[in-house]
Structures are given as C-alpha cells and as structure tokens.
Design a protein. Structure first.
Length: 365
C-alpha cells in the first residue's frame, strides 16, 4: 500500500483527478527519480527535523521526491573518542531510501563534546582533531559508499551507494561555525575531499550549504564567503557541488542570494560546477519574517519558488532543491522560531496545502 497521507482539501481534489492513473502506473514502474548511479540529479528533495517513519519514505517516493538530506551530528556516530562507531541511526535510513530509489545525502557537522566544548568549532585546530575527523569520514564512506561494508552485510537491500557527502552545515554563520573563518573552512574542505575521494573515487563532495545572508553580526554573506574561500590554496578543486541556503522573505530575494554565488563560481574557473540548494523553506505561521501567515499562503510560496527556480535552472546550473522541512515540529519543541511550521505535513502527519502545491510540480498535474 502506498503510504501517502490522503487528506482531502480543495487542492487535493484537483490533484486526485490525476491520482488514480499515477498510482496504477507507479505500482509497476520504478520511481521516476530512482537510480543513484544515474548522471541525472533529482530536482526535488527534502530534509527532516525529526526521525522519519516508513510511511514518510513511502510518501516521499510516491510524491517523486528524489533526494533526502540527512543531518548527521558527529556525536550521533561517535559518542566518545575511542573510534567505536554506532551506525544504528543511519543504517535504517540507508535501507529505506535505497529500497525506494531515493538518493541520500548525509551532512556531517558539529564537533562532539569529547573533542571540544564548542560544537561549532571546526576540527582543524590540532592534528588529533583533524585525524579524528578524517577517521569519521573514512568510516562513513567505507560503510555506505561504493562497495561499502553495509551492502555486503545486507545483501537483500538494493545496493545504492551513498555518493554525495556534504561537509558541515552553514559554515558562514556563527550558529554552526565559530569563529566564522573562510580559511578554517577551506582547510577542512581540502582535507575532507582528499579523505572521501581516497576511500571512494566515485563520491562527490558537496560544499556545506552557505547561508545566503546571515543576520547582522552573525556571519558573512554567501558570495563574499565563497570569494574568500578561493583564496585558500587548493580549495577550488576540493568540492564537486556548490550549495547554498537562500532563505529570504520572498522568491525574488531568494534568487538574489543565489545568482551572486553562481557568478563567484564562474569567475573562479568553476563555471561548470553544479549547484544545489540544500535548504529552502517558508513557514505557515507568522512568528518570523520567513513565515507566510497561513497554510494556504505557504502553499502559494511553494508554487512561486519552484516556478522561478525551474525557470532559472539552466542558467544557475541548479541540479537539486531541498525543502526545509518534511514535517512541522510540535508547538512545544521549537528548535528555532522559524523552523517549527515549515513542513509539508503538520506534526500529526496531515498533509498541508504546501504538499499538494509541490505535487503539482513533481507529478506535473
């Protein structure tokens, strides 16, 4: 049974006219976004703030969402510095995405408490810290990459190696990297790229998603930060995909964050380098400037954003857009004022109008 949440709304009534034929076809056909070995990157993706259930992945697959970005804090894999890795939080996600042909992109970030008292401190301050970081990357790629241990241990799982590895999250804002330093992050990128590629030559290294325009005195805008990264010797070859988080009050301002990054890439000899938007979203509440005020207004913004991004896709060399986030958080668990109402689904699993707006694009109805 395809696990989509059928909550009939005015938008879903329109969608349901084309639903039956699509469901019947999907029961026999492979997902349109399937095949990690394909040269074509899925355009639509999501990231979740909470643990995903099987029915969530069913809905993703049915909705033709082809990329799942999984944040992996370092401490969730290595809780002490003894090199004993716990993959129990990652293994099920690898299996569920592989079974549905959904591409997985882990984002590895946050220094653990056993290494430093600041989780935002990039692990480049000592040889020991850097060696522990490299060991972590080797362990992850050796397990889930091409020919990885996970696939040998789980022969019944369809082999879909993890090929895209994102290094850190928003390294240009102090909430995730302190101090904010292009020199420090450039060094981390070079070391990470060499480590990952040595373990799996087929892997791609994804730049940590740069926050488009951080609040005043909290970081460096994405384009200037990238320009300064290019001053780090060897940085230009350290990544295969650029990434940005162009949060803004509307679509026009969001695009105004993305185009300058494209120009910086082109001017530094990376004009062929693809770009991902690894976070983009607007909430259905009105608690912040990124909240649209209602669920219907959020749905309209989904339509506006994807319509414009598809229009400029070729010019930007934009391969993938990942929505933040899959589902809402409960009102009592706000990780940030903006984050808790950005989902396609509410906290109880009911589809919001934004979900149907997205399906207008993924199913072409």
């Amino acid at each position: 049974m395809i696990g989509i949440y059928l909550v009939m709304t005015q938008r879903s009534l329109k969608f349901s006219l084309g639903l039956v034929a699509t469901i019947v076809a999907s029961l026999w056909a492979a997902p349109a976004h399937a095949a990690a070995t394909s040269d074509v990157d899925p355009f639509y993706g999501v990231v979740s703030q909470t643990k995903m259930a099987d029915q969530d992945f069913d809905s993703m697959s049915w909705g033709r969402i082809g990329f799942y970005r999984m944040p992996i804090p370092w401490a969730s894999i290595e809780s002490s510095g003894d090199g004993d890795y716990d993959f129990s939080s990652v293994d099920p996600v690898v299996e569920e995405t592989a079974r549905r042909g959904i591409r997985l992109m882990p984002t590895i970030y946050d220094s653990p408490a056993w290494l430093t008292y600041r989780r935002t401190e990039l692990p480049i301050w000592s040889n020991y810290a850097l060696d522990k970081w490299k060991d972590l990357l080797r362990a992850l790629v050796a397990r889930y990459g091409t020919g990885g241990e996970y696939w040998a241990e789980n022969p019944d799982a369809p082999e879909q190696p993890v090929l895209d590895w994102q290094i850190w999250n928003e390294p240009n804002i102090r909430y995730f990297a302190s101090p904010v330093s292009p020199r420090h992050y450039g060094r981390l990128m070079k070391v990470s790229a060499a480590t990952i590629r040595d373990e799996d030559p087929e892997a791609r290294v994804v730049l940590g998603g740069l926050y488009g325009s951080p609040p005043r005195n909290t970081g460096i805008d994405a384009a200037p930060f990238l320009r300064r990264l290019y001053k780090v010797k060897g940085f230009r070859k350290s990544f295969d995909v650029a990434a940005i988080h162009p949060y803004a009050v509307n679509t026009r301002q969001s695009l105004a964050r993305v185009f300058p990054l494209r120009r910086v890439l082109d001017r530094h000899g990376n004009n062929g380098r693809p770009m991902f938007i690894t976070e983009l979203g607007w909430g259905s509440d009105s608690s912040t400037k990124f909240g649209m005020g209602s669920q219907d207004a959020q749905a309209s913004q989904v339509s506006s954003a994807f319509r414009s991004l598809l229009k400029h896709r070729a010019r930007l060399r934009l391969r993938t857009v990942i929505w933040f986030s899959w589902s809402d958080l409960p009102d009592t668990a706000r990780s940030c004022a903006f984050c808790y109402k950005t989902g396609f689904f509410d906290h109880d699993g009911n589809a919001k109008p934004s979900w149907w707006a997205l399906l207008d694009f993924t199913h072409g109805i």
